[in-house]
Design a protein around this ligand. Structure first.
Ligand code: NDP
Length: 327
């Protein structure tokens, strides 16, 4: 008889109400794969894009790509990990479940002393913040960066990484509470970007009219225009998400009139393409954890059965830091 497990599936493209928690057949590890007992699943915007149909998907599908847990079984050919090992991962579709199948060569070993909830907070947002600060644009000491949604999962980590590399951070957030968190993460200047605020002008005022060397924009539709205007001559605009909606097509000449700007639209998959790249990027994150210069904040924990609530909270701007689900 096939083993059963509890999981969260998106039954059709739609809002959080399409998520269904219930019993499904447990997966099995194929060659090169691990079957993992999931102890915490990371909640990410990509899960909402896949649930809602912004990214094309088949339905139903088990939601989630990230998590941390304990290896239960190893597939054929896996020699460097064994049952009982603690691992975390950033790209295993079907992670909102009691068991998930993870590519062995892309699993990160979780150091002793790091709990599962914190470990589930590291892979996707941590690696994203790492490649944003070192790959999409390499932060040099003395540079100024604009970080939108600076109290969010990626935002808090990116802020700390930029500071660690010697950069200055101007953060935007929606509430005073979030402003406090962004400052505590090291942001030098933080302001609220609500209605009526001229975001670009505020950034220009904070940089003596020069603009920022790099604008990191994961908010998208609502902030893109201001990010362009706030970027210095020959600066970079890194558009890495659309929490407020996807950015519509725009006139490429604006990169010229804005000062010969560099625009990129990266995603994690292009910056963690090999196990070696994963090891190099994650080493910096674990160094930060072990040496105390990087703090992974789990803002909120939900039970696996409350995944729809977790999506509502994330999309409703109620969360700070990382959101995780525990079975
Ligand atoms: P966050 O924890 O940052 O949550 C999103 C935040 O965006 C909210 O808390 C809110 O902060 C802000 N926001 C502004 N406008 C809106 C809006 N209309 N609706 C909802 N939120 C809004 O999420 P993540 O850290 O998980 O992700 C941040 C962004 O990074 C997302 O766009 C995500 O897709 C992207 N991402 C991209 C990756 C890549 O490789 N390209 C990988 C991982 C994430 P506030 O209340 O302060 O405005």
């Amino acid at each position: 008889m096939t083993e059963q497990m509890q999981a969260v599936r998106a039954m059709a493209a739609g809002g959080p109400e399409v998520l269904e928690y219930g019993g499904v057949a447990a997966p099995a590890a194929g060659p090169g794969e691990l079957l993992v007992d999931v102890r915490a699943s990371g909640v990410n915007f990509i899960d909402t894009y896949r649930r809602s149909g912004v990214y094309p998907m088949d339905y139903p599908h088990i939601v989630g790509v990230e998590g941390a847990g304990v290896v239960a079984e190893v597939g054929e050919g896996v020699s460097d990990l064994s049952p009982g090992d603690r691992v975390a991962w950033h790209d295993a579709p079907g992670s909102y479940a009691e068991r998930a199948v993870v590519r062995a060569d892309m699993a990160m070993r979780v150091p002793e002393g790091v709990g599962f909830e914190a470990a589930a907070a590291i892979p996707l947002q941590g690696l994203t913040a790492q490649y944003l600060a070192t790959g999409s644009h390499r932060i040099e000491a003395g540079q100024t960066a604009l970080v939108h949604a600076a109290a969010g999962g990626v935002g808090l980590l990116l802020t700390q990484l930029i500071r660690h590399l010697g950069g200055r951070v101007i953060g935007t957030v929606s509430t005073e509470e979030k402003a406090g968190l962004a400052r505590a993460a090291g942001a030098d200047e933080v302001f609220l970007y609500g209605k009526g605020v001229d975001v670009a002008q505020t950034v220009l005022d904070l940089t003596d009219g020069r603009g920022v060397d790099v604008a990191y924009d994961g908010v998208g539709k609502d902030t893109f225009d201001a990010s362009l205007r706030a970027t210095a001559v020959r600066g970079s605009l890194v558009l890495f998400g659309g929490a407020s909606g996807q950015v519509p097509p725009f006139d490429i000449q604006r990169l010229n009139s804005g000062g010969g700007l560099f625009l990129s639209r990266p995603s994690l998959q292009w910056f963690v393409r090999t196990p070696e790249e994963l090891a190099e990027r994650s080493a910096m994150l674990f160094d930060g954890l072990e040496n105390g210069w990087l703090d992974f904040r789990v803002g909120r924990t939900f039970s696996l059965g409350e995944a729809a609530e977790a999506h509502r909270a994330l999309e409703g701007r109620e969360t700070t830091g990382k959101v995780v689900l525990v079975p």
